[in-house]
Design a protein around this ligand. Structure first.
Ligand code: NAD
Length: 298
């Protein structure tokens, strides 16, 4: 039987609507809109697309967007000074510095400069630490979005076997942490894992965050497994195409015949990332303003 297609695009649209409605409530109570500052250094085309869509989504969610574009040659000190200014600006609730940064800038130093209470990307070590010890903080948007899709489909994850493929700080590690907090039995697989297909075969939940087109094959999956595909890979164009097709890390067509449910690429995890960024910004706004976000509002 074909797997259920997990519609991240529709889920994300509903989340954005709820965030927008609650942002309007926030503005009424606080006398100002929530604000998200996005910093883009250089001209990387993919980053420009992300920043543009974040800006648009921010306005649609009834928030203020503050965009700061800096030349690729900007010095680290100047970038750190901008972050410091944004830290002190009461109109700014969330600060996002678009990665990757040019090689002459130390990314970790820039992330460390963002005030943890404005770190809506959840990349600051303080927020990584909070997640590790189970304290409230900001969780990176992509894994939190995956978690929302998983709990929406599966409800209680207690005792389920979960395999996360990939151990990056922004996806794999926080994803594993969230699954652990939800009482799943978690395995983190990575480039040095032996017999990856065998490891994946025991999973009720598979999260693939590798960056290798269609690496996870149908015969790696336990029948009925729930598969979340984080990968975004562009294939080389074939004849008649100006740009190659976007695919995930999972061989979607064949995997759909075995999995119980699976996220497509595009239209699965991707749209969740921006929706969760807006959600995190709204949470930050309530905290920074000293207001209580009503229970169940999001
Ligand atoms: P990364 O390159 O930082 O990490 C990739 C991980 O995959 C590493 O931990 C590595 O150990 C593991 N890996 C590499 N080769 C492997 C192999 N052969 N077998 C098993 N594991 C292997 O990447 P990332 O930033 O975590 O992103 C992963 C993918 O997710 C990319 O395709 C990226 O574009 C995508 N992504 C999507 C979103 C979204 O919004 N949907 C957000 C972030 C990343």
């Amino acid at each position: 039987m074909a797997a259920e297609r997990i519609d991240g695009k529709a889920f994300a649209a509903r989340l954005r609507d709820r965030v927008g409605a609650q942002a309007t409530e926030f503005a009424r109570a606080a006398g100002r809109k929530p604000g998200l500052a996005v910093v883009l250094v250089g001209e990387d085309p993919a980053s420009q697309v992300y920043v543009r869509s974040k800006g648009k989504a921010t306005l649609e969610a009834q928030m203020n967007g503050f965009e700061h574009r800096l030349d690729a040659a900007v010095g680290q000190d100047e970038l750190l000074a901008l972050v410091e200014t944004l830290n002190g600006d009461p109109a700014v609730d969330g600060i996002l510095v678009q990665l990757p940064l040019p090689s002459h800038i130390d990314e970790q130093a820039v992330i460390a400069a963002i005030h943890p209470d404005k770190d809506v990307d959840g990349f600051h070590v303080i927020n990584a630490g909070r997640l590790a010890v189970g304290q409230p903080g900001f969780v990176p948007c992509t894994p939190l979005g995956c978690m929302m899709l998983l709990t929406d489909r599966l409800g209680d994850l207690s005792g389920l076997e979960a395999v996360v493929i990939g151990r990056s700080n922004i996806v794999g590690k926080p994803m594993a942490q969230l699954l652990l907090d939800a009482n799943a039995t978690v395995t983190i697989a990575h480039s040095r894992t032996k017999d990856l297909p065998d490891v994946v075969r025991r999973a009720d939940i598979v999260v693939a965050a590798v960056g290798r087109p269609e690496m996870v094959k149908a015969d790696w999956l336990k029948p009925g497994a729930t598969v979340v595909d984080v990968g975004i890979n562009r294939l080389p164009p074939v004849e008649g195409e100006s740009r190659g097709r976007l695919v995930g890390d999972v061989d979607y067509g064949a995997a759909s015949e075995v999995a119980g449910a699976i996220t497509p690429v595009p239209g699965g995890v991707g749209p969740m990332t921006i929706a969760v960024l807006l959600r995190n910004t709204l949470v930050a706004a309530y905290r920074n303003q000293g207001l209580e976000l009503p229970e169940g509002a999001l």
